[in-house]
Design a protein around this ligand. Structure first.
Ligand code: FAD
Length: 376
């Protein structure tokens, strides 16, 4: 079986890329190890750039009624006086972004495969990648597929990255994120994040009266929070949140994710490209991981549109030059944010709180923070 572009991994990143490049006229196939369609219950925040991309590939219209717009982000530290807020008015935008269930985006992307003539192979894992003159062959556990270009969108533990011998740096954030949904009093379209003594706790509105919680908890105590009853967990959230929450009732199962950093040393090599989490993975505290992955998709698709598939070297060097620095900068900012707020030293805390309060007042500095969130 021969294609122009073979994509491994049908998460939001891989599926979005498949639709975009098939609309450019390329013959596209997508392989995923999952036997059935993915249906993630996790909610994610999408920035304006990601929304624009989903709009361009005709997906936004299908999912917009499930997306909840947020207009403000408030971040504060309960132990000090550090506070920073971003709002849509200041940024002269109708809103800062949207919260939506990941499975809703995945389903609607996959629904578009047929109309875009994308071949999909479910339940197949990549086992070998071989290079010939102008083709790359990919052996799955079921068949052999050739293509001019292969894209690994197969997530943090990417097999494509491993088979292509692309080196990476990785370390643990020593935290586990616990995610759950809660029924709440009326929401005010604001994402609220507070830095508790055991890690950042964020509440994201997902409807007029429901929020999703992401609490990244230090590993030395996370197991206690994973294993406690729903009632005890809810009580801990209400106590640790600091602000008055009002009605608060868990409406979903709790899920947990151990948090690691990953950064591939190159994002492309010999006709193989890494996009999304296979290339970079960051702490979820700013909700930017998927947005950064969609930024990769837009960049790679534009390069393919401008250059065709004949000069892969040019695409490869430009893709690396454009995407590696952005993602390294993002990872460094997340690290600084996390380490700054994770500090137990009183002097560092004082400096940090003063810096954040100044940043909150100084609009150029705040603008820089805003750009980081929207210009991926
Ligand atoms: C708690 C938490 C909250 C988050 N919140 C946000 C947020 O609010 N906003 C945001 O932008 N980001 C957020 N992120 C990050 C975001 O979830 C990821 O960056 C994003 O989902 C990555 O998408 P992806 O398509 O690259 O990879 P994935 O979604 O991991 O998809 C990879 C796909 O590849 C397939 N696959 C894997 N191995 C193989 C193989 N060998 N062969 C074939 N197929 C394979 C898998 O089955 C899967 O379908 C969050 C992350 C966490 C942990």
């Amino acid at each position: 079986m021969d294609f122009d572009i073979l994509i491994i991994g049908s998460g939001v990143v891989g599926s979005g890329l498949a639709i975009k490049v098939s609309k450019l006229g390329y013959k596209v196939a997508i392989v995923d190890s999952k036997e059935s369609l993915p249906n993630s219950f996790r909610h994610l925040s999408l920035n304006q750039k990601s929304k624009a991309f989903l709009n361009e590939i005709d997906t936004w219209e299908r999912i917009k009624n499930s997306a909840f717009a947020y207009k403000q982000i408030k971040v504060w530290d309960q132990e000090g006086t550090g506070f920073i807020d971003f709002n849509a008015k200041e940024a002269k935008l109708p809103n800062l972004g949207y919260i939506i269930r990941e499975g809703e985006i995945q389903k609607n992307l996959i629904d578009q495969f047929e109309e875009n003539n994308i071949e999909n192979f479910w339940g197949e894992t990549v086992e070998k990648i071989n290079h010939f003159n102008d083709k790359i062959s990919c052996e799955t556990n079921k068949k052999s597929i050739t293509a001019k270009l292969i894209v690994g969108c197969d997530g943090m533990n990417s097999k494509v990255r491993e088979l292509s011998k692309i080196d990476f740096r990785s370390w643990s954030y020593n935290q586990t994120a616990i995610v759950a949904n809660f029924k709440t009093d009326a929401n005010d379209s604001c994402i609220k994040q507070t830095f508790t003594s055991i890690g950042p706790l964020a509440l994201l509105p997902i409807s007029d009266c429901e929020s999703t919680l992401i609490w990244s908890i230090d590993d030395d105590v996370s197991y206690k929070f994973i294993s406690m009853s729903d009632e005890d967990f809810t009580e801990e959230v209400v106590n640790k949140f600091g602000e008055h929450i009002g009605k608060f009732e868990m409406t979903s199962k709790r899920q947990s994710f151990s948090l690691n950093h990953l950064s591939a040393k190159t994002f492309s090599k010999d006709g193989v490209f890494l996009v999304g989490d296979s290339a970079h993975h960051i702490h979820p505290l700013a909700g930017l991981g998927l947005n950064a992955g969609i930024g990769d998709v837009v960049c790679l698709a534009n390069l393919i549109k401008e250059n065709g598939l004949e000069d892969l070297e040019k695409i490869s060097s430009t893709y690396n030059r454009k995407r590696i620095p952005i993602n390294l900068g993002l990872a460094a900012s997340m690290e600084a944010f996390k380490r700054g707020f994770g500090q137990k030293n009183i002097w560092v805390k004082l400096f940090r709180n003063t810096a954040f309060n100044i940043a909150n007042k100084m609009s150029p500095l705040k603008k820089k923070f805003m750009e980081l969130a929207t210009e991926l």
